[in-house]
Write a protein that binds this ligand. Structure first.
Ligand SMILES: *[C@@H]1O[C@H](CO)[C@@H](O)[C@H](O)[C@H]1NC(C)=O
Ligand SMILES: *[C@@H]1O[C@H](CO)[C@@H](O)[C@H](O)[C@H]1NC(C)=O
Ligand SMILES: *[C@@H]1O[C@H](CO)[C@@H](O)[C@H](O)[C@H]1NC(C)=O
Ligand SMILES: *[C@@H]1O[C@H](CO)[C@@H](O)[C@H](O)[C@H]1NC(C)=O
Length: 345
């Protein structure tokens, strides 16, 4: 009797553990999803079913995540922590979530992301960090996120983003980068080059609108020609000289005082400008000479023809007059006035 009671109570206890649902959450057992959204929670509720695959914690006031915060739900695939009050995440906050594919941290107050934070998420496919206060991301994640396809960091305080960081996500297809404080200087050039390749390969993104410097404020990073970026002072530039040379931008890699560079450019432009008028003038002069020559030739020919015609006509008339009208001719010579009077008639 005692043994049976013990068995029964332990079964009930086990059932409670397996089927338990935190007081403030709704658990949907067939899909193994737990909805704790909009419950005014300030921390992760305890007693989550261990087989949970989807956990909704959005629209609460959770302000911190300790290390191993999700130890009790190691099977988690989707975790939504959007619209909470998260300021900082303990570096080991996501430890143990080896199956997590979707992590949503939108609308929090996060300031930075440590690369260690993501080391425990090898299967991640979608990461939403939008609408936070993130001002810098790690230079690199240190390891590849082979499966990450969506990365969102729009509406943050980012000024630059290292190319190596994006290179850690070789399969990314969707990128959201707009509404940040992008500083479009030489350091963003490597991002620009990376994005151009990304788009060429069929990637989809919103836009990177420059917030500074003033010259480029409001302009799209991808629409500013490469040539207009000032060269980065070595060696802080994002790209190595060899890489630049490979890309055909060798002249950027040449470090030099900006003054001498600009005067060189001026000299170049002067040299370019000077010879230009000469060929046009020469051509113009040549054309004038040719046209004048042709016109003169035609006029001369016409005059020659007229002279020949005049001479022949004169000769013919002279012959005509010299014959039967020789006498009349003589009288005409004698009485010039008469001839003049009769000729118009
Ligand atoms: C964020 O959560 C609060 C409750 O904590 C809710 O009132 C508000 O509507 C949510 N905001 C959005 C944009 O969903
Ligand atoms: C990416 O996903 C596939 C399929 O789910 C998985 O086999 C692979 O291990 C994942 N890659 C990494 C780096 O975890
Ligand atoms: C994150 O959650 C917000 C609101 O809850 C949603 O609009 C957004 O699409 C989610 N992000 C991803 C990558 O699923
Ligand atoms: C986050 O950034 C916004 C906009 O710059 C600012 O209004 C807000 O106070 C910041 N929040 C925190 C917690 O720093």
């Amino acid at each position: 009797m005692k043994g049976e009671l013990l068995l029964l109570s332990s079964v009930i206890f086990l059932l409670q553990v397996v089927c338990a649902c935190p007081e403030k959450c709704r658990c949907h057992s067939p899909s193994n999803s737990v909805d704790c959204s909009q419950r005014g929670l300030t921390e992760i509720p305890s007693g989550l079913p261990p087989q949970t695959l989807t956990l909704h914690l959005q629209d609460n006031q959770i302000h911190q995540l300790p290390a191993f915060a999700f130890r009790s739900v190691p099977q988690l695939i989707t975790l939504n922590l959007g619209n909470n009050s998260l300021l900082n995440l303990a570096p080991g906050a996501f430890h143990g979530l080896r199956h997590l594919q979707v992590l949503n941290l939108t609308q929090n107050s996060l300031h930075f992301m440590e690369s260690r934070l993501f080391h425990s998420l090898p299967q991640l496919r979608e990461l939403d960090l939008s609408s936070n206060n993130i001002s810098h991301l790690p230079r690199s994640l240190g390891q590849h996120w082979e499966n990450l396809t969506i990365f969102a960091v729009q509406q943050n305080q980012l000024r630059q983003l290292d190319r190596a960081f994006l290179e850690s996500m070789p399969r990314v297809k969707l990128l959201f980068l707009k509404d940040n404080l992008w500083t479009c200087n030489c350091h963003l050039l490597s991002l620009k080059l990376w994005l151009e390749t990304f788009l060429y390969k069929g990637g989809i993104m919103d836009s990177v609108i420059c917030a500074s410097p003033d010259t480029w404020k409001g302009k799209d990073l991808l629409k500013i020609p490469h040539e207009l970026y000032q060269p980065c002072p070595f060696p802080s530039g994002g790209l190595e000289a060899s890489q630049l040379q490979k890309l055909g931008y060798a002249h950027w890699a040449v470090p030099g005082p900006p003054e001498s560079h600009s005067t060189e450019e001026q000299d170049d432009s002067e040299c370019e400008l000077k010879p230009k008028p000469r060929p046009t003038n020469l051509r113009y002069a040549l054309a004038t000479v040719v046209i004048t020559g042709v016109v003169c030739g035609i006029v001369c020919l016409m005059m020659l023809a007229a002279t020949i015609y005049g001479c022949t006509y004169a000769a013919i008339t002279a012959q005509y007059h010299g014959g039967p009208l020789a006498q009349a001719n003589e009288t005409a010579k004698a009485e010039g006035k008469e001839l003049c009077d009769s000729s118009p008639a």
